[in-house]
Design a protein around this ligand. Structure first.
Ligand SMILES: [Zn+2]
Length: 193
């Protein structure tokens, strides 16, 4: 899976990485993630599901007020491969009404390369990733989630976590360890512009 016109890693010579959290905001997880990030002076981009923003506007506001960035992750977390282009663009637009952003990430990484131009024109940057933490996978231990990130870390890496209930059991243990590792290795974090 590789699309031209989408960002898989940010080109940089500096030791910085881009943390991203998908599928929130949810009250049980997102505020805890923000607290952990703050403890390490880290920042992240939150690719929000519009329907969650609708349900939890206070949690959404917390993301913005904490100096984090918001991205568009569709309204209903829909899969590109089960929608027409018009339906899909509508769902992305509906998310924009709740979470305005210049960055978009397609749920499940599903995308038709020939939709990219329309998406970019209306919704800005398409942000993919080079590191999947797999924090949502119940077969993995938190240690394995940490390893997925630290073993593949490079300058400019875009790392995917999930501020979702499904991932939280692993994320709450793995995230502080990853943040500790970044600090020890001299990496800083940035939001995706
Ligand atoms: Zn997602």
């Amino acid at each position: 899976m590789f699309f031209c016109g989408a960002a898989w890693r940010i080109k940089t010579k500096e030791k910085k990485v881009f943390l991203t959290f998908d599928d929130g905001p949810v009250p049980e997880v997102t505020p805890c993630v923000i607290n952990l990030l703050k403890q390490y002076n880290a920042v992240a981009t939150f690719f929000c599901v519009g329907d969650n923003v609708r349900k939890y506007p206070v949690v959404f506001r917390l993301i913005r007020e904490s100096g984090m960035k918001v991205g568009n992750h569709t309204f209903s977390h829909c899969k590109a491969w089960s929608k027409t282009k018009a339906e899909y663009l509508n769902d992305v637009k509906k998310c924009s009404n709740y979470a305005e952003s210049n960055c978009f990430r397609p749920p499940h990484g599903q995308m038709y390369p020939w939709w990219i131009r329309s998406l970019k024109k209306s919704f800005g940057r398409i942000v993919m990733w080079d590191i999947l933490s797999l924090d949502y996978d119940p077969m993995l231990t938190p240690d394995e989630v940490v390893e997925n990130v630290t073993a593949n870390l490079r300058k400019g890496s875009i790392i995917v976590f999930h501020d979702s209930l499904k991932a939280w059991d692993r994320l709450k243990v793995a995230l502080p360890r990853v943040l500790e590792h970044l600090k020890n290795e001299g990496y800083t974090t940035e939001i995706i512009e």
